[in-house]
Design a protein around this ligand. Structure first.
Ligand code: SAH
Ligand code: SF4
Length: 467
């Protein structure tokens, strides 16, 4: 199943593209602007695309006006994200008019959808290249054809490609402290509201050998905060060539010596086992942070969402996790206004967040997605009403987070220093629980772990002093 990305084969295109781009732009180093929408998985994909662009001789810019190639890596999870992409692609029209040599490429989840590809084809004639999530490794080849055949290229790959894994793609990582490491692709859960299984293909895991090798390289290169990524990391290892489940993989990674921290996201409650929570509790490098999306606190809504757990089961997991890790920081995703949800059912979500005490929440208003089951359900509650519920939930979570932060005052936290802020001698870092802490210190400390005493809580950000 896992195929090695053949650099030799793609190198053919990469080497020719180097020459083509130099001649086309009359620049030693043409510039690319890559803009990423959506989740960390997209961020990780963009790092691979930038890795390939780098091999083609590109440098990078954030200014669209000086770019020779602009690529948007898009997100299809909610309508709002899609609207932003269409708006921003629309804004490229003038830039392309002023610079007709500019190459405009779109990729990612949105491009896997037939209706989106059709709209791009018909309404955005200045977009040169469109490709989906399954053919990222063929980007050099697609770009080559686009430039040499002088016509627009649209590619979503063939049906088998949504089951493949490509190993060995070059990666251009952003920063030297935090790294993303994809351990599995796709999703088979088909939650009734979610478009991900349709645009990211079937669930498939990288082999433990491939993951462990990349992890070791990251530790050796000095990365301090490594996040294992996947749509549902805790169902890792279902394909027969794996031989390890997620708890087993995490344990093996934790045994690798070094000064670093491991995180993972996202986890599905139905696949979250006591075994996994025990591995976290007994680990040396594993952050005591669990992102465990519950989506709704009401059993009827959970069933309609096709989530395969109920409120009691979710709370039992949380109870066990807190028992084995009393310092655990919990975060989650929630959807407000699922079709047919009533106000009393929504209040079950509010009471669940009170009961759990999340450090922070990602809150979303339900957004109908073409092709999903929920999109055909009756949805009688108005957008205004849903927005009121949403505000109510956010206000409650702010109160919970403030209480949570206030409890931290006086404690000593092990903080990974990430960056110096705009103000000199003011640093910013994160605790194992993923809470931001600001404190005075010299920028040489970036990339090191420091013990910081928390002196003040500002909503969800803490302030402190190195001890
Ligand atoms: N695989 C991850 C996350 C996938 S998408 C998981 O299962 O947790 C990230 C979040 O977006 C989801 O957890 C959900 O809360 C939200 N989401 C997905 N589809 C949505 C939709 N149609 N409307 C609103 N929110 C949605
Ligand atoms: Fe979407 Fe559910 Fe899969 Fe997460 S687990 S990606 S919410 S279908």
């Amino acid at each position: 199943m896992a195929q090695q990305f053949s650099l030799q084969y793609q190198n053919l295109w990469i080497q020719q593209l180097k020459e083509i781009m130099r001649a086309r732009t009359r620049k030693e180093m043409p510039l690319a602007m890559v803009h990423t929408y959506g989740c960390q998985q997209n961020v990780a994909d963009s790092e691979k695309i930038e890795g390939m662009l780098q091999e083609m001789g590109f440098g990078f810019t954030k200014d669209p006006k000086e770019a020779d190639l602009i690529l948007f890596n898009t997100c299809a999870v909610r309508e709002h994200a899609e609207d932003r992409v269409f708006g921003n692609v629309g804004a490229l029209k003038n830039i392309k008019r002023r610079n007709p040599q500019l190459i405009i490429a779109l990729c990612g989840c949105m491009m896997e959808q037939e209706h989106v590809a059709k709209r791009i084809r018909e309404s955005f004639p200045y977009v040169d290249l469109v490709f989906g999530t399954h053919v990222i490794h063929r980007f050099p080849e697609l770009l080559f054809h686009c430039l040499t055949d002088h016509h627009r290229v649209f590619s979503r790959g063939d049906d088998s490609e949504d089951r493949e894994i490509m190993e060995g793609l070059p990666v251009r990582r952003d920063g030297k402290v935090k790294a993303w490491l994809t351990i599995m692709y796709g999703c088979d859960n088909f939650c009734s509201y979610c478009v991900v299984p349709y645009v990211r293909g079937r669930e498939r895991s990288r082999t433990p050998e491939a993951v462990i090798k990349e992890f070791q390289e990251l530790v050796q290169s000095g990365y301090k905060d490594i996040t294992l990524l996947g749509q549902n990391v805790n169902s890792y290892g279902k394909n027969p060539d794996c031989g390890l489940n997620f708890a087993g993989l995490l344990k093996k990674l934790d045994e690798i010596p070094g000064d670093y921290r491991i995180r993972f996201m996202t986890s599905h409650p139905k696949d979250c086992t006591h075994e996994l929570l025990d591995v976290m509790a007994n680990g040396t490098h594993i952050a005591h942070h669990l992102h465990l999306p519950f989506q709704s606190g009401n059993d009827r809504v959970l069933k309609e969402m096709n989530r395969h757990y109920n409120r009691t089961q979710y709370l039992e997991l949380i109870h066990y996790a807190k028992k084995v890790m009393p310092d655990l920081s919990l975060t989650s995703d929630v959807i407000v206004g699922f079709p047919g949800e009533t106000y009393p059912e929504f209040l079950d979500t509010v009471s669940l967040i009170e009961e759990v005490g999340f450090t922070s929440l990602f809150t979303f208003i339900y957004s109908p997605r073409v092709g999903t089951r929920a999109a055909s359900l009756p949805d009688p509650i108005s957008a205004e009403e849903k927005s009121k519920w949403f505000q109510e939930l956010c206000k409650k979570q702010e109160e919970i987070a403030a209480v949570h932060s206030a409890k931290k005052v006086g404690s000593v936290e092990r903080v990974l220093v990430e960056e110096e802020q705009k103000k000199p001698f003011l640093l910013s870092g994160r605790t194992g629980g993923n809470i931001i802490v600001d404190f005075p210190g010299s920028r040489e400390l970036c990339g090191t772990f420091q013990n910081v005493r928390v002196t003040k809580a500002r909503n969800w950000i803490l302030e402190g002093k190195i001890i």
